[in-house]
Design a protein around this ligand. Sequence first.
Ligand code: FDA
Length: 392
Amino acid sequence: MSGAHYDAIILGAGAAGLMAALTAGQRGRRVLLVDHADEPGKKILISGGGRCNFTNIHTAADRYISENQHFARSALARYTPSDFLEMVNRHGIAWHEKTLGQLFCDHSARQIVEMLMAECRDGGVAFSFGLPVTAVDHADGMFRVTIDGREHNAPSLVLATGGLSIPKMGATGFSLDLARKFGLPVVQTRPALVPFTLGEDEALFRSLSGVSTEVITRWGKTAFREAALFTHKGLSGPAMLQISSYWQHRTAIAVDFLPDAANDWLIEEKRARPRSAFRTALSRRLPERLAEALAERLQLDGEMATLRDADLRKAQGQLARWPFHPNGTEGYAKAEVMAGGISTKALSQKTMASAKVPGLFAIGEAVDVTGWLGGYNFQWAWASGRAAGEAL
Ligand code: FDA
């Protein structure tokens, strides 16, 4: 067989591929880490507004969406946020907890990429960056990867090219295509952690672009309490991004605009301030522009004293379960991640190896495991990369 020989070839030098490479390399495996981009970890660099929300201390399998809710449990239990933090501390990277268990670098996401690259170099990992992969073949128990006309061979191949979100940054469906080529099932993919778009019938809300408030968003039994942001296209902000990962087309999401109000708050307001206008009462708990828009939609105008208790009670119920019917999302161009991907049915939850094709592994976002917003997706990339790296 011609070409260079390795123990493992890893396709994709993102979060998961870097972790798999440094783990296998430090175990003495000869590893080639391949990326078509000219530098590794581009999504790490832009993550968390350039500060990389690299993990979440509340990581647990129920904070991930997958056809198999239990699949991620094993890898997440064996490589925890504390394990990653140990590496971050060893490299002297300053960090802080921002909110809800989200850990960020104090200075720059680049420190995380530099740390992972230094660990790869410690493990003697070979790199091929900036050149396209033109062919991937499998025969006689060996994978042959052709890059720029040169062949590279290994008995193990790791699919780690991530998901379809932000194609402008070089995201591709390469791992999904290769999985299909090797006969692995792929769960229907869709944009997740993505802003919603609203139609013309909701133009009133689109005119609130820039207004933000804390809400509870609900879809089915799933609920998130965080900030929502109105945009000129529709709805964004963490509460909306979180619920978007669960949302199905042509269904409604429910928004509680008054998460802290007692049940009869509006009636108490009427008793306390009868001369106050309805929209003024609302603006005690909501941004003024939003209060005006909601009052307009509820068709409640005038002084509180002129409004019937029954109407106020009804309005408060509506404000607690306000239905929005998004007509879609902003798609992969704006999605933070892809949901769906290579089916967990095809993979070992301990090693991320395919049962059907010996030596083939899949990790990271390419796999049908999608985390909540807030560092969960990187923790899955680290944990699944670690699991594969220990098995290569
Ligand atoms: P990742 O996308 O990191 O890496 C895949 C690699 O494969 C890339 O380097 C790419 O160039 C390469 N590749 C793709 N196609 C290829 C091909 N055909 N040939 C060769 N190489 C190819 N998550 C989180 O936990 N905290 C956060 O703060 C953020 N912030 C954030 C911000 C933004 C704007 C986005 C878009 C995403 C996030 N995320 C996040 C999500 C997080 O970035 C994502 O889940 C992980 O990077 C996934 O890691 P992977 O290694 O699986 O893919």
